[in-house]
Design a protein around this ligand. Sequence first.
Ligand code: FMN
Length: 310
Amino acid sequence: MALPRSWNGRLRLPIVAAPMFLISGPDLIVEACGAGVVGTFPALNQRSSEGYAGWLDEIMGRIRPGDAPFGVNLVVHRSNPRLDADLAITIDRKVPLVITSLGLNRDLISAVHAYGGLVFHDVTNLRFAIKAADAGVDGIIAVSWGAGGHAGAISPFAALDEIRRIFDGTLLLGGALSTGRQVAAARLMGADLAYMGTRFMATAESMAVERQRAMILEARAADIVYTPAVSGVPGNFLRASLSAAGRDPDDLTPPDTLDFGTTDAKAWRDLWAAGQGVGAIEDMPPVAELVARLEEEYRASTRRLAAEFA
Ligand SMILES: Cc1cc2nc3c(=O)[nH]c(=O)nc-3n(C[C@H](O)[C@H](O)[C@H](O)COP(=O)(O)O)c2cc1C
């Protein structure tokens, strides 16, 4: 298992609660880390760099020694006017983990390494994984078919195997992982960590609004639409949220320019990202309760497999 050395003994389960735009905030992060899984949030969830710094200070004040590490997601794309300012704050606060998406930046990686931080980068195919490995990231996140938000169109089996052949660092798998049994399956497939978004959106501490929660509880995998219509990059969204916003889920035109919510969250406020793992979600427990359940399921399935194959 290729976990970062500094994380040894700090995780109760091999899980990262993935960053989610407009969904993850301090309560979710603090509870995730306290429960023993990595908590993360996008810097853009605060409307300004000052707000982002405020959240970091709050989170760092609330997490306890011995809790799991936390991380932030920085959108490394030219449409993000805050990247330099947010990176400076990230460096100043020595955030333990930086997750980069939508672009790779070698200077950023060096700057985070210089203070002892780790950089994970999310990818949707092998070509981007090779670039990330060459740039020296510590972890690669394979965001595979069925993942909530921007997602790849490659089977998790194929994605993990291809990436493992070229990368011996920490390998994460994202995409429709909602139960402890699926986390165990991800480990068996060669992932070091499961990268779970949608399941953590369905918790008491997430910032999801009531209607969004109801839609998640109602939805099954077939109710998720893979479309570039929201941001210009293909991703998975709740079909019902597209209909409710007056869009025809079967006839969607992408926006004229890429929209990653870097300057305006308008599209993302009504068109709700979610992964195919919604079908396994039947409640909105507090994070601590969810992690305890995931641990029970994870341990039971690994025990069962070990006994079967002994
Ligand atoms: C509502 C929502 C918002 C998301 N926002 C972001 C984001 O701001 N940055 C990012 O890197 N990934 C984002 N993602 C993707 C997640 O980090 C992760 O890749 C994905 O949730 C994993 O798949 P799963 O949802 O099937 O568990 C988002 C996902 C969801 C469901």
